[in-house]
Design a protein around this ligand. Structure first.
Ligand code: URA
Length: 194
């Protein structure tokens, strides 16, 4: 059977549906366990991600790894991490709505293959694209919304926490809620460190 993941990644590599592919260094398709029950979604690659071809490897990514570790999650083991757009927007600007609209098909294809039970949106851009255009991170972070059997949750983007550390305790609480939701929905889930 052909490897469906490899097929879509190969197609994504040569995608020219928006201009971001012309200025990026590396495609940032995603990292982690493709059979995981949980997928984390950020907005798009930054400078370090663009150079290394992996999501969340800069300072924000190091902070994300700490929150993951705190609740027994690990990017190489029991989750998958991807972004709304797979190529770096120049100068780290927000991905434009039309770039998001072009690129979302790749994330949809990843989600279709993974069949995750939980999608965690990191920051406003991901939450507004996946949960609701009206999503307000300050008001709705940590709340789960069920849609077609998948639980969706938005929390602060780790880069926002680097700028505004006062929101760190709330974010930690969101990760603890996530841990409890995983335990409820996936009784056989293997938390790392257990
Ligand atoms: N910010 C994101 O939203 N995604 C990354 O991969 C890195 C930083």
């Amino acid at each position: 059977m052909p490897d469906a993941w490899a097929e879509i990644e190969k197609k994504c590599l040569t995608c020219t549906d928006c201009p971001l592919g012309q200025t990026r260094t590396k495609l940032v398709f995603g990292v982690g366990n493709k059979n995981a029950d949980i997928i984390f979604v950020g907005e798009g690659p930054g400078e370090n991600e663009d150079l290394q071809g992996e999501p969340f490897v800069g300072k924000a990514g190091q902070l994300l790894d700490k929150y993951l570790y705190h609740v027994g999650l690990d990017r190489t083991d029991n989750i998958y991490i991807a972004n709304i757009v797979k190529c770096r927007p120049p100068h780290n600007r927000d991905p434009l709505p039309e770039e998001q609209d072009c690129c979302i098909k790749w994330l949809r294809a990843q989600i279709k293959l993974m069949k995750p039970k939980i999608i965690v949106c990191l920051g406003r851009i991901a939450a507004q694209k996946i949960i609701s255009p009206e999503f307000r991170v300050t008001k709705e972070h940590g709340q789960f919304y069920e849609r077609k059997g998948i639980y969706l949750m938005g929390t602060y983007h780790p880069a926002a926490l680097l700028r505004n550390p006062r929101q760190k305790p709330e974010t930690l609480q969101d990760f603890v809620k996530l841990h409890d939701k995983i335990a409820e929905l996936c009784p056989d889930f293997e938390f790392s460190g257990d």
